[in-house]
Design a protein around this ligand. Structure first.
Ligand code: SF4
Length: 371
């Protein structure tokens, strides 16, 4: 299967490209002011908060930039149901009720059945459960949705196919087109929100940002009822010591964030604890509307750290975090900026049926009913 047509759809890209260009006539200050006003109008003074929960660090892929790649020398394990419950209890004590469950690429140790069981356990305890794992089929996504999963995160990492194939040295993640099509399969399976992203540092950041924008627009046109969020993670130190060939500085990352807010006013923009406390505080209210908090990137990191064990001594996380403030400290910092942290923004009972109506059928019904 070839590259999809939407990757060369230039509608709306000229304005974004003009904001991102190295010689842009738009000053960062002017863009930031416009982005701040738009964020306030569309999202108010709020920040939704979530935390990642690493279920397993088993992985069959060989992504050059990742501490969980199958050639890294790190102890591998997965959380069993009672351990997951312990982690969830530790997270709930921090006030967290919106979580992102993570695994590596599909393996015998952490396969679809394992993930599905883990989602069901998490959905009993948490208000919102999303998954960042391996690409799945439509029917697998439908089963996950039926167990209480409302969102998936699946970053393309880079939209430059040549770079992508060089960086993904082996394993299922090497399939560039399959990954591109995964968010659409998830939405077809009834998942309500998809998180897209590029891993900044791997390839030309402006080219990747423009293709990420094309992807968001394509999904938004096809699945217009879906929630789409966008992340801009930057490479962080990790086991394996991969050095990013296209480092992105604070100025450019800030420009990308505010330009996306202006180009996609209603899209949730996410910033994780990969970024420093200072940068996160600066971007809160300026375009970012969702942030992770008190993240642990090791398997079992919440309950182990609570018991005072230095689990990082035994096992390396997927990458190093930068903002290590507690949830309490982070919320206090948001409130000092007059931004209200939101731990819970809906009741699971409002989730509705998991199957989204095929958008083409729905539009055709609307047309035939002459609304
Ligand atoms: S990025 Fe994901 S698929 Fe790639 S090595 Fe890391 S855990 Fe595995």
């Amino acid at each position: 299967m070839g590259t999809p047509e939407w990757l060369s759809d230039n509608r709306g890209t000229a304005a974004l490209a003009a904001m991102l260009a190295a010689t842009s006539s738009h000053s960062l200050e002017a863009l930031a002011a416009e982005s701040r006003a738009m964020t306030l109008r569309r999202f108010g003074r709020t920040m939704t908060l979530y935390a990642p929960l690493y279920l397993s660090n088993h992985c069959s892929s060989g992504c050059a930039y990742c501490g969980f790649a199958s050639d890294r020398k790190t102890p591998r394990h997965r959380l069993e149901p009672d351990e997951i419950r312990r982690e969830l209890a530790a997270m709930k004590k921090l006030g967290i009720s919106d979580i992102l469950l993570l695994t590596g690429e599909r393996t015998a140790a952490a396969d679809f059945d394992y993930l599905q069981r883990s989602v069901a356990i998490a959905a009993e305890e948490m208000q919102r459960v999303s998954v960042e794992a391996f690409p799945m089929s439509v029917s697998e996504y439908r089963s996950l949705a039926d167990c209480g999963c409302t969102g998936i995160t699946i970053y393309q990492e880079t939209y430059n196919q040549e770079r992508y194939e060089a960086l993904h040295r082996w394993g299922p993640k090497k399939d560039f087109i399959d990954r591109l099509e995964t968010p659409a399969r998830a939405l077809e399976g009834g998942i309500k929100t998809v998180g897209l992203g590029i891993l900044l540092g791997l390839s030309d950041p402006v080219e990747d940002a423009l293709n990420l924008y094309r992807h968001v627009r394509h999904l938004g046109r096809t699945w217009w009822r879906a929630g789409i969020s966008v992340s801009f993670p930057r490479m962080r130190p990790q086991t394996g010591g991969y050095e990013p060939p296209f480092p992105v500085d604070n100025q450019l990352l800030a420009r990308i964030i505010v330009a996306f807010r202006i180009a996609l006013p209603d899209t949730e923009l996410v910033l994780s604890t990969r970024e420093s406390a200072t940068f996160r505080d600066g971007m809160a209210g300026l375009g970012i509307t969702r942030m992770s908090v008190e993240s642990k990137t090791t398997v079992g990191g919440y309950s182990e750290s609570k018991e005072g064990e230095a689990c990082e001594e035994k096992e390396k996380g997927q990458f190093e975090i930068s903002d290590d403030r507690t949830a309490k400290e982070f919320c206090a910092a948001l409130r000092r900026q007059n931004i209200e942290p939101i731990f819970k923004n809906w009741e699971p009972t409002y989730n509705g049926p998991s199957s989204i109506i095929n958008p083409e059928n729905e539009i055709s019904t609307i047309l035939h009913n002459n609304y």
